[in-house]
Design a protein around this ligand. Structure first.
Ligand SMILES: *Cc1c(COP(=O)(O)O)cnc(C)c1O
Length: 365
């Protein structure tokens, strides 16, 4: 089978060796003569997968297992939109609205705020400019229970290039679409969540990295068991049956990240890939109309642009598909084109896309 060039926003490309290792484990896991889908999550073989995956995640992020826990839950990043305020919203929480996912997270916070007589505060929003930039002047509440950001905006193609300074307030981030894509000081965050299907693995599992002391000291105790972070932290993410196969795939992806040289190397490669595409956009700005003008705010993961007409956009996407380039249509809520170039997107795919963009420009300018 020849692999297509995969630019889907999520579920998205995985490293070929990870796909192959998963294929093998789907047939025979750990030489047990059964599939990874057929084995008890309490078996010592799967237990080892879970422990190693949690350890690798924290190691890659430079976090200590004494301070932080890594847990894997179902329900997508969307469940975290609700779990975060359910556990931690007592009086007030700050939200920065940088796109559709941030808007959804804020909506859930407001629902919880209503029921516990607390407040979800919109600190800033770029909605008036169709989310094409990251707000810069931010007035955080010094007394908030937490502050929430969405580090990468999958749909609109913006990204926080640096971690904002929120003082002593715990910082929470939805990193679904740029998790482990670059070196960051992860210790500035009290809770990070990421649906695996963008940058870490298949759909069906969400990675949550959380500061244990924050859970112990501040998380609400009177929630249903499954909705408490404490349950999952205390039980090492094995309170109930975890999504065994997706966790296995995430584990293999983490090994691949380490083999690639860790976050420094991954980050450099991602910078290079994104630059190749932005260079074409900037070379023909009348034709490839980049959505995000300020280079500082441009996502290195999801690159978005428009063409002079919707007809040309459709043609671009269909011509690309003939060249085995998939997933270049923009999100249904914004249109245009989008190339998602996550960690696992190979350099050759970006080279193929850039070459096609040059050809398409010359044929249709
Ligand atoms: C895709 C995405 C989500 C939604 O994830 P689900 O796992 O489908 O709930 C949330 N936030 C961001 C930033 C995303 O890219």
């Amino acid at each position: 089978m020849e692999r297509a060039h995969n630019f889907f926003a999520g579920p998205a490309v995985l490293p070929l060796p990870v796909v192959e290792e998963t294929r093998d484990a789907v047939l025979d896991f750990a030489n047990l003569g059964v599939s990874i889908m057929e084995v008890s999550h309490r078996s010592k073989e799967f237990d080892a997968v879970m422990l190693e995956t949690q350890k690798d995640a924290l190691d890659i992020m430079g976090l200590s297992a004494d301070e932080y826990a890594c847990v894997f839950l179902g329900g997508g990043a969307s469940l975290q939109f609700a779990m975060v305020p359910m556990n931690f919203l007592a009086k007030k929480a700050d939200y920065v609205i940088t796109g559709e996912w941030a808007t959804k997270a804020f909506k859930e916070a407001k629902i919880v705020a209503e029921s516990v007589k607390a407040e979800a505060v919109k600190v800033a929003s770029s909605e008036e400019a169709n989310f094409t930039y990251i707000p810069k002047e931010l007035k955080w509440s010094p007394d908030a229970d937490y502050a929430h950001i969405t580090t990468n905006n999958t749909i609109y193609g913006t990204q926080w290039r640096t971690t904002p300074d929120v003082g002593a307030v715990p910082l929470v981030a939805d990193m679904s679409s740029d998790m482990l894509s670059r070196p960051l000081d992860f210790s500035k965050y009290s809770l990070i969540y990421a649906g695996a299907q963008k940058n870490l693995g298949p759909a069906g599992v969400t990675m949550i990295i959380v500061r244990k002391a924050w859970v112990e000291e501040k998380a609400r105790k009177d929630l249903p068991t499954m909705l408490k972070y404490k349950t999952h932290v205390d039980k090492g993410s094995m309170f109930n049956t975890p999504p065994v196969l997706p966790v296995f795939v995430v584990g293999r992806t983490l090994k691949w990240i380490r083999a690639m040289g860790g976050l420094e190397a991954i980050g450099e490669r991602n910078e290079k890939k994104a630059k190749m595409i932005y260079d074409v956009i900037d070379a023909y700005p009348e034709f490839y109309r980049g959505t995000v003008k300020n280079p500082e705010d441009r996502s290195r993961m999801n690159i978005t642009w428009n063409l002079p007409t919707p007809e040309l956009e459709d043609l671009f996407v269909s011509e690309a598909k003939k060249r085995r380039m998939l997933g270049l249509k923009g999100h249904r809520s914004v249109g245009g084109c989008r190339a998602s170039v996550y960690n696992s997107c190979p350099m050759e795919s970006v080279e193929a896309l850039v070459k096609f963009m040059e050809e398409f420009y010359r044929a249709h300018k």
